[in-house]
Design a protein around this ligand. Structure first.
Ligand SMILES: O=C(CO)COP(=O)(O)O
Length: 255
C-alpha cells in the first residue's frame, strides 16, 4: 500500500460565525442532497456550536456529512461561563473539533499551550482534533515560516505521545491567505506540507507521518481545489467562505 492510499482526503467547511440555526439546517440538507453518491472522501462542516444539535438531527446519525465544532474548552464541566466542553460537543453530534484557528489565536488570545490543552480535551472526549497552524504575512516576509510552523507544532503537541496522535488532522492555513482571495502557490504549499510531514516523522514516527492528514486552508474555491489536491502531501482542505454555499462546497468536495 502506498502512503497516499492510507490517507483518505478530508474536505472540511469552517462556517465561522455565519448562519443561524435555521439557515444551517437548510444548508446542511442541501449539501447532503448534493453530495449523495460521493465516495472516497470524508466531509465535515463546523457550524457554530448552537447549530450542532439541530444539524445532527437534520442529517441523521449515519450521514456522510459529519460535524465539527470550532472551539472547545479544556475541561469537562465547571463554572466557566460561556464555554462549551468536549463531552457537550460530542453529545451534540460532532465528531471533529477545529483547534487553534488563526482567528482564535489573533482575537481570543489562544497560544500554542492552550492549543495543546484543547487537543487533549478533544481526544479525551473522543473527538478528532483539527489543529490549525500557519504563518502571518510578516513572518513569511521575514523568512520565519518554517521556524513558526515548527514552534506551533512542537509547542502545541508538547507532551503528546505517538498513540495520542493517531486521529489528529493538521491544517496548514497561511494567515495571509485566509479570506483574502490569495492562495499560497503550489510550490509554497508543497514545500510546507512536505516540511510538516517530515517534522512529524522526525518527532514521532514514519508510520504516523505517513497516515496523518494535512489539509490546506486559505481561499480554497471550486476553481483552485483540483490543483491544490494534486500537490503531494495535500490531503484535503479547510474551507471558509466557499463552504457557506452548498453548491460551491459540493464542487470542492467533488474535486
Ligand atoms: O479560515 C479558513 C478556514 O478555516 C479559510 O477561510 P477562507 O476559505 O474564507 O479563506
Amino acid at each position: 500500500m502506498t502512503e497516499i492510499a492510507i490517507r483518505k482526503p478530508l474536505i472540511a467547511g469552517n462556517w465561522k460565525m455565519y448562519k443561524t440555526g435555521t439557515q444551517a439546517v437548510a444548508a446542511a440538507k442541501q449539501l447532503a442532497d448534493l453530495t449523495q453518491g460521493v465516495t472516497g472522501v470524508d466531509i465535515m462542516i463546523a457550524p457554530t456550536a448552537l447549530s450542532l444539535p439541530l444539524m445532527a438531527a437534520a442529517l441523521g446519525k449515519d450521514a456522510q456529512v459529519r460535524l465539527g465544532a470550532q472551539n472547545i474548552y479544556p475541561g469537562t464541566e465547571g463554572a466557566f461561563t460561556g464555554e462549551v466542553s468536549g463531552p457537550m460537543i460530542k453529545d451534540a453530534g460532532a465528531d471533529y473539533v477545529i483547534i487553534g484557528h488563526s482567528e482564535r489565536r489573533q482575537y481570543f488570545g489562544e497560544t500554542d499551550e492552550t492549543v495543546g490543552s484543547k487537543i487533549r480535551a478533544a481526544l479525551d472526549a473522543g473527538l478528532i482534533p483539527v489543529m490549525c497552524i500557519g504563518e502571518t504575512e510578516s513572518q513569511r516576509d521575514a523568512d520565519k515560516t518554517f521556524f513558526i510552523l515548527d514552534k506551533q507544532v512542537s509547542d502545541g503537541l508538547k507532551g503528546f505521545d505517538l498513540g495520542d496522535l493517531n486521529s489528529l488532522v493538521l491544517a496548514y492555513e497561511p494567515v495571509w491567505a485566509i479570506g483574502t482571495g490569495k492562495t499560497a502557490g503550489p510550490e509554497q504549499v508543497k514545500e510546507v506540507h512536505g516540511f510538516l510531514r517530515h517534522l512529524i516523522k522526525e518527532k514521532y514516527a514514519e508510520g504516523l507521518a505517513a497516515k496523518m492528514r494535512i489539509l490546506y486552508g486559505g481561499s480554497v474555491k471550486p476553481g483552485n481545489i483540483k490543483d491544490l489536491m494534486h500537490i503531494e502531501d495535500v490531503d484535503g482542505a479547510l474551507v471558509g467562505g466557499a463552504s457557506l454555499n452548498p453548491a460551491d462546497f459540493n464542487k470542492i468536495i467533488r474535486f
